[in-house]
Write a protein that binds this ligand. Structure first.
Ligand SMILES: [Zn+2]
Length: 94
């Protein structure tokens, strides 16, 4: 449920978590239980950490057009590791 801000004439502003269908009606003040009207402020937008933002962007991009490998990656940059276990040396090689 969303959080809405209300203002009591006696006690000041307070936040209330209410269903959206009740957002237009007034709320009772949690301190004096008097009637309070809804006030509008800036939206509560927050900056996401860079890593999370890039991960979410990649997730959105891949939802419609997932990245597909079109060729086998080359051997450049790969280091050949020598197996130390003789059972690994007997495995079939591509
Ligand atoms: Zn009040």
């Amino acid at each position: 449920m969303p959080t809405y801000r209300y203002a009591c004439a006696e006690c000041g502003a307070f936040d209330a978590i209410r269903p959206m269908r009740e957002s237009g009606s007034g709320a009772s003040c949690p301190i004096c239980a008097g009637p309070s009207r809804r006030v509008f402020g800036a939206p509560a937008l927050r900056a996401l950490p860079a890593g999370l933002r890039s991960a979410l962007d990649a997730q959105h991009r891949s939802a419609d057009a997932p990245r597909v490998a079109t060729s086998v990656p080359g051997r450049a940059g790969r280091t050949q590791r020598r197996a130390t276990d003789p059972r690994q040396l007997r495995l079939p090689r591509p």
